[in-house]
Design a protein around this ligand. Structure first.
Ligand SMILES: Cc1cc2nc3c(=O)[nH]c(=O)nc-3n(C[C@H](O)[C@H](O)[C@H](O)COP(=O)(O)OP(=O)(O)OC[C@H]3O[C@@H](n4cnc5c(N)ncnc54)[C@H](O)[C@@H]3O)c2cc1C
Length: 265
């Protein structure tokens, strides 16, 4: 297994925001991953880092080399680090992985992983188990499940509209600029982007960060932004929307790093 010491996490995050990790592990087999978790259950696990930005961390596990995909009689079985876009057209152009996708219930263009997930092999409380999809309780950009996804079985692939969806993404998003997709979840029946725009935050600049001119629920990093800057900007946008509408936006993006209460995972 590869291990890297004293690693800058900036280039891990799709937003290009990261502090320093003392050690990053890159397991190459599921057995290596479960050993790392058995040894220290609190080690955070990431896949494509398309939904996270980092502060400083003592340790991190990156599963990008666990990327086997097998077609079996029971469905398509994919390891946690396999790229979602190899299985689903609605993820085209996003380097998200199966594990991160399941945990966030990745969704776009009217589809979500919940529609396709049959079961998952997970590490939970020191044991490896196979859970039927219902037990992961996937909801809107969430899974009500505490554990690590090792691999997942999907009913089928769906790749027919890959080019069409990629083109739509490129038109709608600040393509090519560092970002981690939507920062906030849409409140029921409402668009977070519209609420942010109506609160006057579209295009708002804070240090090296900017609320995208193209999509108000996306923040882009124009250079050397820090996790502190990002947390501050999130707070400012939330506050602006709350003042105007009394709605407190729920945060979809994930921060891994130090907080006042210790390391957040
Ligand atoms: C350009 C772009 C477009 C995007 N478009 C969409 C979109 O259309 N729809 C959408 O839903 N999201 C979108 N996103 C956000 C992001 O791709 C999703 O949230 C995705 O599910 C994250 O997957 P990941 O592998 O990158 O996870 P990471 O960012 O690596 O991790 C996300 C969270 O999952 C946890 N995690 C990762 N792997 C595991 C595992 N194996 N077991 C347990 N926990 C794990 C991490 O600790 C972290 O809390 C977009 C992001 C970008 C950059």
């Amino acid at each position: 297994m590869q291990k890297k010491l004293s690693v800058s996490l900036k280039n891990f995050s799709a937003l290009r925001i990261g502090g320093q990790a003392d050690i990053v592990y890159f397991p190459e087999t599921l057995a290596e991953l479960t050993e790392l978790l058995d040894e220290q259950p609190a080690r955070p696990v990431v896949g494509g880092c398309t939904n996270v930005f980092f502060g400083d961390l003592p340790e991190l596990i990156c599963v990008k080399y666990l990327n086997q995909i097998n077609e079996t009689a029971g469905g398509i079985e994919a390891e946690c680090g396999a790229l979602l876009e190899k299985l689903f057209d609605f993820a085209a152009g996003v380097p998200a992985t199966v594990g991160g996708g399941v945990i966030m219930n990745f969704g776009a263009f009217g589809f979500e992983l919940k529609d396709f997930l049959r079961s998952a092999r997970v590490w939970q409380d020191g044991a490896v188990k196979i859970l039927p999809a219902a037990e992961l309780r996937l909801g809107y950009r969430s899974a009500d499940f505490a554990g690590i996804v090792l691999s997942a079985v999907f009913v089928k692939k769906q790749l027919e509209k890959k080019n069409e969806y990629l083109k739509l993404r490129q038109e709608k998003m600040p393509w090519g600029q560092p970002n981690i997709g939507s920062i906030f979840k849409n409140p029921a029946g409402l668009s977070a982007g519209k609420l942010i725009e109506d609160a006057g935050c579209k295009g708002y600049k804070y240090k090296d960060l900017q609320v995208s001119e193209k999509h108000a629920n996306i923040v882009v990093n124009n250079g050397a932004a820090s996790a502190r800057d990002m947390l501050d900007l999130i707070g400012q946008v939330r506050q602006a929307v709350r003042e105007r509408t009394n709605i407190l936006l729920e945060i979809e993006a994930r921060y891994l790093g130090q907080t006042e209460n210790g390391v957040r995972r």
